[in-house]
Design a protein around this ligand. Structure first.
Ligand SMILES: NC(=O)c1ccc[n+]([C@@H]2O[C@H](COP(=O)([O-])OP(=O)(O)OC[C@H]3O[C@@H](n4cnc5c(N)ncnc54)[C@H](OP(=O)(O)O)[C@@H]3O)[C@@H](O)[C@H]2O)c1
Length: 202
């Protein structure tokens, strides 16, 4: 599968590296492809990176999402994975919208694209290594397009997550709040980033 990763930061480079290792064709879309900090990664401008991509991962800070989206153009039926959380640097609480999740706002800003919320409810360290001795971290996924969700569930499972369909895109409201709880536990209440949510079954 050809995956365009928009934003080569912690989330983008971690997921991109792992999908690459799993055999996917990964291209990164960045603002300054000539920057030596990207040495070793296949970088392009955002517009060029999405050419021929089946899946686009949006992994930029919330405040940059709208600018990055403006570079994407018409996405047709490409799958867009929204890994962002509507957080601001000075406030780790949500940049609250009275009704809509960040993912629903992003879906409204995009031209085309089938949006799936995923990879927002756990830290990038868990994306690099989801191995835990007592279980498998859950990756909750929300979206309105059944086929797009099937693909993203597969991409999460390939990385070692227990990939779970959490419902329609409106469920991203819940997933974004779950991210806030993970951040609070990890960084506010002293548990550190080596924690993950898991779904127990019997
Ligand atoms: N870190 C985590 O553990 C984690 C977990 C789940 C979800 N998230 C969410 O994932 C998103 C990315 O987080 P992160 O921690 O990976 O951030 P990060 O390490 O700060 O990386 C963000 C990347 O986005 C790039 N960027 C900024 N504006 C851009 C634009 N207009 N076009 C293209 N690229 C642009 C930056 O590139 P430049 O070098 O050009 O600035 C940077 O490489 C955020 O929304 C965050 O809330 C993070």
């Amino acid at each position: 599968m050809r995956i365009a990763v928009i934003g080569a930061g912690r989330v983008g480079s971690t997921l991109g590296t792992r999908w690459s290792a799993a055999g996917h064709d990964v291209l990164y879309g960045v603002r300054t492809p000539e920057d030596p900090k990207y040495r070793g990664l296949e970088v392009e401008t955002v517009g060029d990176a999405i050419e021929g991509a089946d899946v686009v991962l949006l992994a930029v800070p919330w405040r940059a999402a709208r600018d990055a989206i403006a570079e994407l153009g018409d996405l047709g039926d490409r799958i867009v994975i929204d890994a962002t959380n509507p957080l601001t640097p000075d406030n780790r609480d949500h940049d609250r919208h009275p009704e809509l999740s960040g993912a629903e706002q992003i879906a409204g800003w995009l031209e085309g694209g089938r949006v799936v919320k995923a990879f927002n409810t756990t830290g990038s360290g868990n994306m690099a290594n989801p191995g835990y001795p007592d279980g498998t971290p859950a990756m909750l996924i929300a979206g309105d397009d059944r086929e797009a969700k099937r693909v993203v569930l597969g991409l999460a499972a390939e990385l070692g997550f227990d990939a779970i369909d959490a419902g329609a895109l409106a469920a991203a409201r819940d997933l974004e709040h779950l991210a806030t709880i993970w951040i609070r536990l990890a960084y506010g209440l002293g548990h550190g980033p080596d924690i993950a949510f898991s779904l127990l079954r019997r």
